[in-house]
Design a protein around this ligand. Structure first.
Ligand code: TTP
Ligand code: CA
Length: 357
């Protein structure tokens, strides 16, 4: 049975939070801009959410401590995140993109997959359509995005990242393996730093190295993930663009003013985070099943633990209890904690009236 040919887009906004800030404040244009925790003159303890390309040139990127950003780029404009604004802009962009697709899947705040298979008859038409989407977003929102086009989600996602900012990369069916081969394995979805190190130890650096590797050995070493990785390296991905509730997870985290091993302080902060997360889930009428806590110790060693509940909930007491259970193992007298976080996921969209529980 021959499979139906698909054409998939992945759209990703360029340096999203800082791009929105630059749009709102044209005087920031051309200067390094960093959105994240308060740097407090170098003593701040949170992290960078994102930075514009000028700040990236100085080495400042998402996730690094804000104190490090301050060292690298003290002259940057530092801004706290304005989530309500980013969410509003995100919704407007998604509404623009959605209408071009047969099937649409929002992925995070500033990314989306579009299945446009029935809208275009070949890759030339696909490219023209992508230009039209980019044009409409620029005209209406004064923001640029990068779009990747390919025969599946995996290829489209990697292609959107290939030329940034304001990029458009087309990878036709039949060109996928050649496109992927020279890229580092890290570019494959789900390949984290630990897996990357293990692959390097096997002499696998590029996606091409992985594609040529004996799949039996990969499966033996990495289990199901090894089989999956080998398929991905060959550009094979049959997953569908799935319309779903836009939000995949809701999370909040906090960095303590001082590293602490005081259980009361940590648990109090954990309760406050659980309350914030629950409020957001309620606002969006979402019920969750999976709870994850994150702990970062003073030496930056970071752990996460999750639990999937046997029921859907959006009640504060359920989240508080589960988060506490998960965190217990990390409360130790010999180790101080720097940061904790709470995340909920596995959502189901609820009826409005049920959310008042
Ligand atoms: P990304 O799409 O990963 O990054 P970006 O849009 O800032 O930059 P790029 O041009 O490379 O796509 O994330 C989208 C937004 O999500 C980003 O603007 C800020 C937020 N974010 C965080 O808050 N923390 C993080 O660690 C990351 C990676 C992103
Ligand atoms: Ca982005």
């Amino acid at each position: 049975m021959s499979e139906k040919k698909r054409i998939i887009f992945h759209l990703d906004m360029d340096h999203f939070y800082t791009a929105v800030e630059e749009r709102e404040h044209p005087e920031y244009k051309g200067k390094p801009v960093i959105v994240g925790a308060d740097p407090k003159g170098g003593a701040g303890r949170g992290v960078v959410a994102t930075s514009n390309y000028e700040a990236r040139k100085a080495g400042v990127k998402s996730g690094i401590p804000i104190s490090r950003a301050w060292k690298l780029c003290p002259e940057a404009i530092y801004l706290p995140p304005n989530f309500p604004l980013y969410i509003k802009v995100s919704n407007e962009i998604m509404d623009i993109a959605r209408k071009y697709a047969d099937k649409f899947e929002q992925w995070g705040i500033d990314e989306a997959f579009l299945d446009v298979s029935s809208k275009v008859k070949d890759y030339a038409e696909a490219e023209a359509l992508a230009k039209q989407i980019k044009h409409e977003i620029l005209a209406k929102e004064q923001l640029t995005c990068s779009i990747g086009i390919g025969p599946n989600k995996l290829t489209a996602k990697i292609a959107s990242d290939y030329q940034k900012p304001d990029g458009l990369t087309v990878v036709k069916e039949g060109e996928v393996e050649r496109f992927l081969a020279p890229l580092p394995v890290r570019k494959l979805l789900w390949v984290g730093r630990k897996t990357e190190a293990k692959l390097k130890a096997l002499g696998i650096n590029t996606i091409g190295d992985l594609a040529r590797y004996d799949p039996a050995v990969l499966t033996e070493t990495f289990g199901v993930m090894g089989t999956q990785m080998h398929l991905m390296a060959r550009g094979i991905d049959r997953s569908e663009v799935e319309p779903r509730t836009e939000v995949k997870s809701i999370s909040h985290e906090t960095t303590f003013e001082e590293d602490t091993d005081d259980a009361d302080t940590v648990l109090k902060a954990l309760d406050a985070l659980s309350e914030e997360v629950c409020k957001e889930a309620l606002n969006q009428s979402l019920f969750f099943k999976t709870v994850t806590v994150k702990v970062r110790y003073e030496n930056f060693e970071t752990h996460t633990r999750s639990k999937t509940l046997p029921f859907m909930t959006n009640r504060q007491q359920d989240l508080k209890k589960t988060a506490k259970e998960l965190l217990q193992a990390y409360l130790r007298h010999d180790r101080k904690i720097r940061l904790i976080g709470v995340r909920v996921s596995s959502f189901v969209k609820g009826e409005k009236q049920k959310t008042l529980a």
